[in-house]
Write a protein that binds this ligand. Structure first.
Ligand code: NAD
Ligand code: DAU
Length: 336
């Protein structure tokens, strides 16, 4: 199988490529990533010598560049490439629309032109908006995105649906809850709190800290996508989540306790505009239809993740200092 994975230099994409190379040693994986601030090829150092792995620095909005890549022959597309950070989307929505909507449409067009056995759109529970105290997101929950990020992801999802309904493109959409684990960019809550706490810096908590997210270890997201590629019913949406709802303040206190750092670092700051109160996924469909079950319990997963960040301080300090840009220059010279 020849797999085209977009956004493979990011957090989930790089974990997915490493997972798939190990799980399916005969598959060929082409990683297509434009290397924005969030893309880091260092995540894939262990894959770089694998003859089944290749990389192309291409923007998914570049229709000509994408067309050339499809000429190599692609069986399956998994689209992770996106602008992914809600706070950035509030400051600069345009790039979110460009990458998350237009980029998706460019990929769909190429998939339609050359033919694929499956196109998987990696989406998010945020397209459903915010939950009250009760209930969970199912695949039937109406789309009600509240941030420019989630609106752009919903726009991408609707393009995917349209290519299925109009052109019969064999698609699936996955909508996962918040991921955590190795290689997550330190602008997101968990790595941000770990890295700032280790530096004894104030920890910004938005609003009252009681917003709830449903956390899933990244490897469990990867195993779900693997199942969807192989067994997902064409045209279906699959929600992915591990029933791990936690308030933000609980997450932060857990990290502080694990690191032996004082709660006095916690600093309540102005709330995120349009801040969704609660996310919670009902994973019944993927569990019953595809037999998916998460392997990692949150209590052990969060400890392992904290240990990973402790052991890979060089990885995140390089990112924070911007030094990884010069790492690219040294490692790849003129090519990137
Ligand atoms: P990330 O920001 O860590 O990585 C995104 C990757 O996409 C980067 O490598 C970046 O260089 C690349 N990229 C961005 N714009 C591009 C473009 N125009 N062309 C080519 N490559 C481009 O994001 P992530 O957290 O790994 O999320 C990956 C996907 O999963 C996204 O689609 C996101 O919406 C979705 N998702 C994320 C979570 C989560 O908790 N992080 C949960 C559910 C769904
Ligand atoms: O639910 C899936 C989504 O999860 C993905 O689609 C997004 O790509 C991913 O970024 C994530 O979105 P969130 O907005 O939930 O993640 P973030 O890490 O930015 O924030 C998690 C919670 O923590 C949220 O309620 C806001 C809060 N927060 C975040 C930051 C960065 C703070 O209180 N302080 C902070 O400094």
């Amino acid at each position: 199988m020849r797999l085209l994975v977009t956004g493979g230099a990011g957090f989930i994409g790089s974990n997915f490529i490493l997972y798939m190379l190990q799980r399916h040693p005969n598959y060929k994986i082409l990683n297509v990533d434009s290397l924005t601030y969030a893309g880091n090829l260092e995540n894939l150092k262990t894959a770089s010598d694998n003859p089944n792995y290749s990389f192309s620095k291409t923007d998914i909005t570049d229709a000509h560049g994408i067309d050339l890549l499809f000429q190599q022959g692609i069986d399956v597309v998994v689209n992770f490439a996106a602008e992914s950070h809600v706070d950035r989307s509030i400051l600069e929505p345009e790039i979110f629309v460009k990458t998350n909507v237009l980029g998706t449409q460019v990929l769909l067009d190429a998939a339609k032109k050359y033919g694929v056995t499956k196109y998987v759109q990696v989406s998010t529970d945020e397209v459903y908006g915010s939950l009250g105290d009760a209930g969970l997101f199912t695949e039937e929950t109406p789309l009600a995105p509240n941030s420019p990020y989630s609106a752009s992801k919903a726009g991408g999802d609707l393009m995917v649906r349209a290519y299925y309904e109009t052109f019969g493109l064999p698609v699936n959409i996955t909508r996962c809850s918040n991921n955590y684990g190795p290689y997550q960019f330190p602008e997101k809550l968990i790595p941000l709190i770990i890295s700032r706490a280790l530096n004894d810096e104030p920890l910004p908590i938005y609003g009252d800290g009681l917003n709830i997210r449903d956390w899933l270890y990244v490897e469990d997201h990867c195993s779900a996508i693997d199942l969807v590629i192989h067994n997902g019913r064409i045209g279906k949406v699959y929600n992915i989540g591990g029933n791990n709802e936690r308030t933000n303040i609980h997450i932060v206190k857990t990290i502080l306790q694990e690191l032996g750092k004082p709660e006095s670092l916690i600093t309540y700051v102005q709330d995120r505009p349009g801040h969704d109160r609660r996310y919670g996924i009902d994973p019944a469909l993927i569990t019953q239809e595809l037999g998916w079950k998460p392997k990692h319990h949150f209590e052990t997963g969060i400890k392992e993740t904290i240990q990973w960040y402790l052991q890979h301080k060089d990885w995140w300090t390089r990112i924070q200092s911007g030094e990884y840009k010069s790492y690219y220059a040294k490692q790849y010279g003129e090519r990137l």
